[in-house]
Design a protein around this ligand. Structure first.
Ligand SMILES: Nc1ncnc2c1ncn2[C@@H]1O[C@H](COP(=O)(O)OP(=O)(O)O)[C@@H](O)[C@H]1O
Ligand SMILES: [Mg+2]
Length: 390
């Protein structure tokens, strides 16, 4: 649905911060149905101000490109963290798994309860709670991103989900969402219930296969196997919570994120599986800190290359960089790719994250001035040369 860029926002006085720019693919931005809904949803998301939600800074349109600028969370998304855990044979301690789900639920609860200034419920539903939308920073913070974006996407793709969209979404869909019914907060409860189930089971809940059927068919049927025992303290209490979050009939489910959050917090207190974000951050740095340093170096090198090339005639080419250990392309700023082919769908590309450093207007003005002075000096030298020759 979009290309994701890492960008540097810079003010005239030199204040600089990294932000993420999500640039909606041109064919979607061109659809007024999609754009209208996305703008409505993104405006709602921009009102959300909570530690467990990625802050939306800006929503805009430049040269026909629709974009959302948001806070950059340096770390991994949960899908990437789990891949790394598998690759390095590192078990994610259960107290951190519970922390991730509890923190995500805090963000969801805040969003579900959000009202207008006059106190009217906004009825916000995330619709795409899944590991790739749960971001984890090296400070141990957990932040949910892409609020409401799925809603706009559903509007244009509902009738014909593509394989890629299904791969990204159906694995975490409630049965009512898979059936295309109107949704409320309970759909998000089910989705985070699947995330919790998978973290406890150490495997995916639904896997597409000829016997089991497609992910969408499995989501519609919502057959949830019993969790395998891990000999956790008060395990039955925890498993009962997961079962209720995953009740196929939404009337039997927790009515909202707050009710599930309260039960999980009770379990964590009773079982003493308490974890702090600080400890979690230390654990992440201890296991994956080297990769963070590597990632930062690569990013700085790539940004420098891009900024150097931006000053040269012809502009920058693509530069290979590695984000979260995955090779990606560093693309020129958006205006330079306007004529190019559309990028990959984000649903299919959580591993391919193009990054770009957007050159600010003041930076461009500065470079223009430098070129002007250099050209002037050259002209002067040429004039002097001609004069001395004659
Ligand atoms: N604000 C952000 N800060 C850091 N990384 C982000 C941010 N937003 C998205 N990402 C990364 O980019 C990936 C792709 O994002 P997205 O386009 O939403 O695709 P997906 O459908 O996989 O969630 C995310 O899974 C995450 O790893
Ligand atoms: Mg996403």
């Amino acid at each position: 649905m979009a290309d994701i860029f890492l960008a540097r926002a810079q003010t005239d006085l030199g204040v600089s911060r990294l932000v993420v720019v999500k640039q909606i693919l041109p064919h979607l931005a061109a659809s007024s149905e999609f754009s209208d809904l996305l703008i409505t949803e993104a405006k709602l998301a921009a009102r959300l101000d909570h530690a467990n939600i990625v802050q939306v800074h800006d929503l805009g349109r430049i040269d026909g490109f629709l974009f959302i600028a948001m806070q950059y969370v340096e770390g991994f998304d949960l899908a990437e963290l789990l891949r790394r855990c598998t690759r390095t044979k590192t078990a994610l301690p259960v107290q951190y798994a519970l922390l991730i789900v509890i923190e995500t639920l805090r963000g969801l609860d805040y969003a579900h309860r959000k009202t207008t200034e006059d106190g009217f419920a906004l009825g916000i539903v995330h619709r795409d709670v899944s590991p790739s939308n749960i971001l984890i920073s090296f400070e141990g913070e957990v932040k949910l991103c892409d609020f409401g974006i799925a809603h706009a996407n559903d509007a244009v793709t509902n009738s014909a989900y593509s394989e890629d969209v299904i791969k990204g979404k159906a694995g975490y869909m409630s049965p009512e969402q898979a059936e295309g019914q109107p949704l409320d907060a309970r759909a998000d409860v089910f989705a985070i219930g699947i995330v919790l189930w998978e973290l406890l089971a150490g495997k995916r809940l639904y896997k597409a296969s000829p016997e089991a059927g497609s992910l969408l068919e499995q989501a519609k049927a919502a057959r949830i196997p019993e969790l395998p025992s891990r000999s956790l303290p008060l395990e039955e209490q925890l498993f009962a919570v997961v079962k209720k979050a995953l009740a196929p009939n939404r009337d039997l489910r927790y009515p909202n994120a707050r009710a599930l959050l309260a039960e999980l917090e009770r379990y964590v207190a009773d079982s003493k599986l308490i974890a702090s974000p600080i400890r979690f951050g230390e654990w992440l740095l201890d296991r994956f800190g080297n990769e963070l340093i590597h990632q930062r170096r690569e990013r700085e090198r790539a940004a420098e290359t891009l900024e150097e090339e931006a000053t040269e005639p012809g502009g920058p080419d693509e530069v290979e960089v590695s984000v979260s250990g995955v090779s990606s392309k560093l693309l020129p700023p958006p205006e330079d790719v306007a004529g190019g082919p559309p990028g990959p769908s984000s649903m299919a590309s959580s591993s391919r994250v193009p990054m770009a450093s957007l050159v600010t207007e003041s930076g461009q003005r500065m470079r223009g001035a430098v070129w002007f002075v250099v050209a002037g000096l050259l002209l002067l030298a040429l004039l002097l040369y001609i004069l001395t020759r004659s």
